[in-house]
Design a protein around this ligand. Structure first.
Ligand code: PHE
Length: 515
């Protein structure tokens, strides 16, 4: 429709000066006309030039008043012709915004008398100054303003109608935010270099029918009559070699998985064995007690740790070892004084979502010590990378679950993070202890990426290790180094329900510039 109208019009006229007017005159939708113009312009049938116009339109509020009347008139009409109405009553009758604006405008226009009671204003301005005995009679007699004109509504309707208003009226409506300027965009159109009164349909495929046409058999001609197709007369669409094809969809590795793989390889190269971490649920015993973490320690509070409701407690613990752990907490040994409190089995039995993979380290070390007791001690290098859970407020650098790399400091320089700082720290199970920080260029600050130390004898000896077995250990975050390596400023873009899929698709297969 629109296409025929435009091309047809240009056959006899030099120009369509205003696409808007053109559409209105023909009862066409301007959006349709614009789309056709863009397409015809693209194929050079026509030359289109932008035109812009500023038109005055009604705001949503303006539209409401154009329909229902201005707030001041709505309010005026709600006030009884005689007598008065209380503010509360009046408020019930009107929309809150209409009531508020209506009160101030109607009072400004001197249509109503405001007070606790609202009435239509009498002819006497100073009714209240008259002596009390007269005032009632006067306001009754004065009868008040009986009729008002809704000029605002009239003006709004005029604008809706496309009429022009005077400057003062325009300004007052604009000040009341009832009208606004809207930029209207359209086109002026002339014939283009490829102009034709009708669009040439170009073929995009060479089909069998283009080559030959088989005529139907009939009673007189037994043989099929085959004639040449119309391929000679057909205009074929040119190939567009610069058209972009649809982007190929494919799977993408998550940056956490990529960094995890790199780190695993670093550990494997250094002959570390991977620890089996396939248990998110752990007992307090392996997560805390075995690590010489006292039972009153704040980390064991539900504010920091997610405890399980069902199953709430563990079924099995190695009894002999439990006894040793109890003893070292209560009264120490191996040169330690212990904590001197009454250790409770119920506390150790509580199930939780592991807060660190050091729980796995304690299980592995215990097994290693048992093995050492029966056979001989073999030095080991272990590592693991898996999820841990903490009851944390989530923000740009914290999640309530993250991945912990349990495992060595030389690995850092290989990873490509060279701005590192170490800070003395405290863990119940290590001495000395060190927190590890790395500089995040995006956040322009040092962020903690891990914690480390040497396991204390209070942890190792009850397991059955001899005095001369030393264990260095650490727990690093996988997320924080990934943020640093990939320049990600918000941890929630990386992991969790708000993960940024675009970021995962776009990030490089390998990070160049890493040592
Ligand atoms: N478990 C500690 C943490 O989660 C990390 C750590 C592991 C520290 C081993 C020292 C030794 O922060």
């Amino acid at each position: 429709m629109a296409e025929e109208a435009i091309l047809g019009y240009l056959e006899n006229h030099d120009e369509i000066s205003d696409s808007g007017q053109f559409a209105t005159d023909r009862g066409l939708d301007h959006n349709d006309v614009v789309n056709v113009i863009k397409s015809l312009h693209g194929f050079r049938y026509i030359d289109a030039q932008d035109i812009k116009k500023e038109t005055l339109v009604l705001t949503e509020e303006g539209k409401k008043y154009a329909e229902k009347g201005s707030p001041e008139v709505q309010l005026f009409l709600a006030v009884p012709q005689e007598g008065s109405i209380s503010k509360e009553e009046l408020q019930k009758l009107l929309d809150p915004a209409v009531y508020k604006i209506g009160c101030s405008q109607a009072a400004k226009n001197k249509w109503v008398q405001m007070g606790n009671q609202i009435s239509r204003k009498g002819g006497f301005e100073n009714v209240q100054c008259l002596e009390t005995c007269l005032s009632k009679w006067v306001s009754y007699m004065a009868a008040g303003v009986q009729h008002v004109e809704d000029r605002v509504k009239d003006l709004l309707l005029q604008i809706q109608d496309g009429q022009e208003l005077g400057k003062d009226d325009n300004n007052s409506l604009k000040a009341r935010k009832l009208t606004a300027l809207q930029t209207w965009k359209g086109y002026s159109v002339k014939r283009g270099p490829e102009y034709a009164p009708r669009r040439r349909r170009t073929a995009t495929d060479l089909t069998r029918e283009h080559l030959c046409r088989a005529h139907e058999k009939n009673a007189y001609h037994v043989e099929d009559a085959v004639t040449e197709g119309d391929w000679r007369n057909i205009e074929f669409k040119e190939y567009n070699f610069s058209a972009k094809g649809p982007p190929p969809e494919s799977g993408h590795l998550h940056p956490l998985n990529k960094v995890k793989e790199r780190i695993k390889n670093i550990f494997r190269l250094m002959n570390f064995e991977e620890m089996p971490t396939n248990r998110y649920v752990e007992s307090s015993f392996w997560n805390f007690d075995a690590l010489f973490q006292p039972q009153q320690h704040p980390a064991r509070d539900s504010h920091d740790t997610f405890f399980l409701k069902a199953p709430a407690t563990t079924k099995q613990l190695p009894e002999d070892y439990v006894e040793m752990v109890k003893r070292v907490h209560e009264s120490g040994g191996y040169g330690s004084r212990g904590y001197g409190y009454e250790w409770k089995r119920e506390e150790a039995n509580k199930n939780l979502l592991r807060t660190h993979t050091t729980a796995i380290s304690s299980r592995m070390l215990y097994a290693l010590a048992q093995h050492a007791k029966q056979q001989s001690f073999t030095p080991k290098k272990y590592f693991s990378i898996d999820r841990v859970f903490r009851n944390e407020a989530v923000d740009r650098t914290h999640l309530a679950e993250f991945h912990q790399i349990e495992g060595l400091v030389t690995s850092f320089s290989r990873l490509g993070m060279d701005k590192l700082k170490f800070k003395p720290a405290y863990n119940p199970y290590t001495e000395p202890s060190m927190e590890i920080f790395s500089y995040h260029e995006g956040l322009k600050k040092w962020v903690e990426i891990g914690n480390s130390g040497m396991f204390r004898p209070e942890m190792l000896r009850p397991m059955g290790f001899s005095e001369d077995v030393n264990v260095i250990a650490w727990g690093l975050s996988l997320e924080r180094p990934t943020m640093i390596l990939y320049g990600i400023n918000n941890i929630r873009d990386l992991f969790g329900h708000k993960v940024d899929l675009g970021l995962i698709k776009k990030n490089p297969l390998c990070l160049i510039g890493i040592k």
